[in-house]
Design a protein. Structure first.
Length: 155
């Protein structure tokens, strides 16, 4: 058996705004799978996201959820074979691990769906703030290396 077939990419934690505004690449070569490049230049193909469920509809492929993490919204497709618990309600917080895909817009194909508590949601909100700050710093350093001057403004 080839262990390469069983390797999974790390599920990256990103705010939804990075996913919804990123550029999707379908993957041209065998070793380069589908992935997304965020506006800040970060590459991800598997994600670990959270959001408040704002809608749910049944499609031919499975159940489609709309998640909002207060930075943006994104659709999440839960395939029928995942045996999604229909008891999740609008307004509840969910953690999703899945792969980034593109239809009419970017969406996440879920591998796992977990309900999270209010306390966990608060921690994830703080994590989003930290991630956005870190991504801004990463982007600034990257542009500095490229010789692009960035003007910082205090609000």
């Amino acid at each position: 058996m080839n262990s390469k077939n069983f390797a999974r990419e790390t599920a990256v934690k990103l705010p939804l705004i990075e996913l919804s505004e990123g550029d999707f690449f379908p993957g041209i070569q065998e070793f380069e799978g589908m992935h997304l490049i965020t506006k800040k230049g970060f590459r991800a193909s598997r994600v670990n996201i959270w959001g408040i469920m704002q809608g749910k509809k049944i499609t031919q492929e499975g159940t489609m959820l709309e998640l909002n993490d207060l930075t943006s919204k994104i659709d999440v497709l839960i395939p029928d074979e995942l045996n999604f618990d229909e008891n999740f309600n609008e307004g509840e917080s969910l953690q999703i691990i899945g792969k980034i895909r593109q239809g009419n817009k970017n969406y996440v194909l879920a591998e796992s769906v977990t309900k999270i508590s209010f306390e966990e949601e608060l921690l994830k909100r703080v994590d989003n703030i930290y991630s956005l700050k870190h991504l801004m710093k990463f982007n600034a350093e990257q542009k500095k290396e490229e010789g692009i001057v960035i003007e910082r403004r205090r609000i």
